[in-house]
Design a protein around this ligand. Structure first.
Ligand code: PLP
Length: 401
């Protein structure tokens, strides 16, 4: 006996998945890079300190190595060796990419190692020419001066970018707000001037809390993670947030040159991201109040705070800036920035010493400029300290008359 085929009843369409609005930055900062923890029965991210990953299957390892060499993608499964990938660092990379709105991110031992890898990755593809807008952090500026083989630089003001681009230009590098003057650029305008050449924005000062360059046309975002991302002055790191194609190139450079982020640093930086939004907003509010008071101080010629916000201040004093540095008691006289405590430094002596007088003049970095990174202390305590030190600086003007 044959049975007639069952009549086909059209299936109900699957229920439409509810549309979820994207999570806010504050939520991502706390949860990104940690999504798998609960299923693993964990609350804090595990720290994988392995430098190597055992395998009895050499053929599988060979295939993994070949795949990494060919693509630069993160290997499936264990990464063979600690210079290829690390599970803890990967959490920090994924989280920062989410905050910056890029497909991926690649972490390095420091901000300078991250910039070096970017330059080498582009030079390896025959595009070692860089167009750069001053001012830049002193060591970044110095690195562009042909320190790395196969690289060269043309320095321009922002309106000269388009004209300076050559067939071998691999990237355009800007900082906004710039270290140390806090001068700002309009990222969308600059990105248009770059055409098809990748724009790299060093976002160390603004952080993704205040500005997300990738959403404004920049292909690549650079951070000294040593600063706000870590936030406590106790970890060095750097990271490049970018598309997956560039991320693959950067992973291969990192594997070849070895400037990996230590997994403990990866852990601390991921933890730092969780409080990044609250730290940046609280520090910015204090900086805004200090900027207001500094503008009226007789020892201050000019104070600049970025329009985008943030906790960095550029203060030009009328007297001897070294007296201010020597006069503070609560504020720490030290280079670096972005931590929970307030730091002050004299760029011409420290952060921008390496570029020499001409480089500083070109970048508008005067001898009376002080750079302040405002921390989380009480605003009145900070003001008392600054006011006292500035008054001593003003006396130096009277003394020298
Ligand atoms: C804006 C900026 N970019 C990059 C760097 C370099 O970062 P690192 O000191 O982590 O190597 C710094 C360091 O101060 C910086 O201020």
């Amino acid at each position: 006996m044959t049975t007639a085929p069952a009549a086909r009843v059209p299936a109900d369409p699957p229920p439409a998945a509810p549309v979820r609005r994207p999570r806010a930055l504050d939520t991502e900062a706390v949860h990104a890079g940690r999504e798998d923890l609960a299923a693993m029965g964990l609350h804090a991210p595990p720290i994988d300190l392995s430098t190597t990953h055992p395998s009895a299957d050499s053929r599988a390892e060979a295939a993994r190595i070949d795949a990494f060499a060919a693509t630069g993608s993160r290997p499936e499964g264990p990464p063979v060796y600690g210079r290829v990938d690390n599970a803890t660092t990967a959490r920090f990379e994924d989280a920062l990419a989410r905050l910056e709105g890029t497909a991926g991110a690649v972490a390095f031992a420091s901000g300078m190692a991250a910039l070096t890898a970017l330059l080498l990755a582009r030079a390896a593809g025959g595009a070692g020419h860089v167009v750069a807008v001053r001012p830049l952090y002193g060591c970044s500026d110095h690195l562009l001066d042909g320190v790395l083989p196969g690289t060269s630089v043309t320095r321009v003001t922002s309106d000269g970018i388009a004209a300076a681009i050559r067939p071998d230009t691999g990237l355009v590098l800007v900082e906004t707000p710039a270290n140390p003057t806090l001068v700002e650029l309009d990222i969308e305008t600059v990105a248009r001037a770059c055409g098809s050449v990748p724009l790299v924005v060093d976002n160390t000062f603004a952080t993704p809390v205040l500005q997300r360059p990738a959403t404004l046309g920049a292909r690549t975002v650079l951070h000294s993670a040593t600063k706000y991302l870590g936030g406590h002055g106790d970890v060095m790191g750097g990271i490049v947030a970018c598309d997956e194609e560039l991320a693959c190139d950067l992973r291969r450079v990192r594997f070849a040159t070895g400037a990996v982020l230590h997994p403990l640093a990866g852990y601390l930086l991921l933890r730092g991201l969780a409080t990044l939004p609250v730290r940046v907003r609280a520090q910015s509010a204090t900086a805004a109040e200090l900027a207001r008071r500094l503008a009226d101080h007789p020892a201050v010629g000019r104070v600049r705070r970025p329009a985008v916000g943030g906790a960095m201040l550029a203060v030009e004093v009328v007297g001897d800036p070294h007296r201010v540095i020597a006069g503070v008691e609560l504020i720490t006289p030290a280079v670096s920035l972005g931590g929970v405590d307030t730091l002050i430094q004299h760029p011409a002596s420290i952060s921008h010493r390496v570029i020499g007088e001409e480089g500083r003049r070109d970048g508008g970095i005067g001898d009376r400029l002080l750079r302040i990174s405002v921390g989380l202390e009480d605003v009145e305590d900070l003001w008392e300290d600054l006011d006292r030190a500035l008054n001593a600086c003003r006396e130096s003007v009277t003394d020298s008359r």
